[in-house]
Write a protein that binds this ligand. Structure first.
Ligand SMILES: Nc1ncnc2c1ncn2[C@@H]1O[C@H](COP(=O)(O)OP(=O)(O)OP(=O)(O)O)[C@@H](O)[C@H]1O
Ligand SMILES: [Mg+2]
Length: 376
């Protein structure tokens, strides 16, 4: 191979790599949307598989889990297939298949590239962990039915769910940042070297296109990393985390959102900080979603061995007596889940609200976590 075609080959390979990273990133985004039913989520994943393979026009894809089996319209078993199977912790089976409809030249794994095999494995890994998370969520929702008998298990599941979610988010954010982000940065450096190269005269437009894609992928990786697991919460603490949250939600929804947080809350145990942060987010979102307020004030303080976080809005308010957070008829999840998580930590939630006069929610949690000695 002469230098020219070696370099062309390199550009082609980099192009493939960008496609693979894009699909991984897109999958992370799809899996973040918890409101989406599993089947639709699987369909979204299936849709974006073929474009990431080397010959999209002859590529079919399939994702299956439990009794759900979602296929691209052209999918059928052929001689040229790549497959991964997985089993969740609770023994449920799933998998991902990709097929070529026609023969193509031999590559690393039949007609498939090495990167495509790695991509398929990563996707299966992500789906498995997502399905496990969904299963935990379903188990939690089910546990309400027999409240008396299930109360201990439920409390524990709620807390584990919240912590496992936080943990999972941190892992995904770390992966995004350390692997995808760095691989992209590396690709950018290599590409920019090629750009000045005389060998590439005639390929400037293609190179510029790939460069633009890489830039886009870098930017969205960065913002996605931040959304998934705001590093401020872990690195700078709860005070900075709440301030960040206030800025984000205030700007996004155009409400006047003030955060007044005392730095002492940074000394709370990790799980308490995570719970309070998630709860504050849910309460702010509730105010925005249900009440149309002009002002929201979030306060956080620590005194007498107790942390207090309050979220007060001047929106429409509601009748607290009608709030149904127990028993089988329960239909909403947000406030219930906050109450469970706080219970587990030995804390509490107080809601004051009346139609027409705003809502005030106060969360309390002991500065030393009451669950620290439990179950460990
Ligand atoms: N700040 C608020 N202002 C007015 N109504 C509220 C406020 N917070 C909660 N509510 C009422 O309480 C109900 C229960 O809230 P909860 O967060 O549990 O559920 P949700 O927000 O409706 O759904 P989700 O399960 O997605 O959180 C809401 O449906 C709404 O009617
Ligand atoms: Mg809610």
């Amino acid at each position: 191979m002469d230098q020219h075609s070696a370099d062309q080959e390199l550009v082609r390979r980099l192009g493939e790599r960008v496609k693979e990273l894009t699909v991984l990133q897109e999958t992370v985004r799809i899996l973040q949307d918890e409101s989406q039913p599993i089947r639709e989520l699987m369909a979204d994943v299936v849709r974006q598989l073929p474009p990431a393979w080397q010959y999209p026009e002859i590529t079919g894809a399939r994702v299956f889990f439990r009794d759900m089996d979602v296929r691209s319209p052209n999918f059928r078993p052929t001689e040229w297939m790549q497959s991964v199977r997985f089993t969740t912790l609770t023994g449920e089976q799933g998998g991902v298949d990709v097929c070529y409809l026609e023969e193509r030249p031999q590559a690393a794994d039949g007609p498939f590239l090495e990167g495509e095999r790695a991509l398929l494995n990563s996707l299966a890994q992500m789906l498995r962990s997502h399905f496990q998370h969904v299963a935990a969520l379903e188990a939690l929702r089910q546990a309400h039915d027999d409240l008396e008998a299930q109360v201990r298990l439920r409390t524990r599941l709620a807390s584990e769910l919240s912590l496992s979610e936080a943990r999972q988010r941190r892992i995904i954010a770390g992966e995004l940042h350390d692997h995808i982000g760095q691989a992209l940065a590396f690709i950018r450096v290599r590409l920019s070297r090629l750009q000045g190269d005389a060998v590439f005269s005639g390929f400037e437009d293609t190179l510029a296109d790939i460069m633009r894609l890489v830039e886009q992928a870098i930017n969205s990786t960065r913002s996605l990393t931040f959304q998934i697991s705001p590093p401020v919460l872990y690195e700078l603490g709860l005070q900075a985390g709440l301030e960040w949250l206030g800025d984000q939600l205030g700007q996004e929804h155009d409400v006047n959102l003030r955060v007044d947080a005392d730095g002492a809350v940074d000394d709370l145990p990790d799980d308490t900080r995570v719970v309070l942060f998630q709860a504050a987010r849910e309460l702010i979102v509730n105010a925005i979603k249900h009440a149309g307020p002009r002002h929201i004030v979030v306060s956080a303080a620590l005194s007498g061995g107790e942390a207090t976080v309050s979220v007060v809005d001047d929106g429409s308010g509601f009748d607290v007596a009608r709030l149904n957070t127990s028993g089988a008829e329960m239909t909403t999840f947000g406030l219930f889940s906050i109450r469970e998580r706080l219970d587990y930590l030995g804390g509490s939630m107080t809601i004051e609200s009346r139609p027409g006069s705003g809502t005030s929610v106060i969360l309390r949690a002991p500065a030393r976590s009451a669950s620290a000695g439990k179950d460990q």
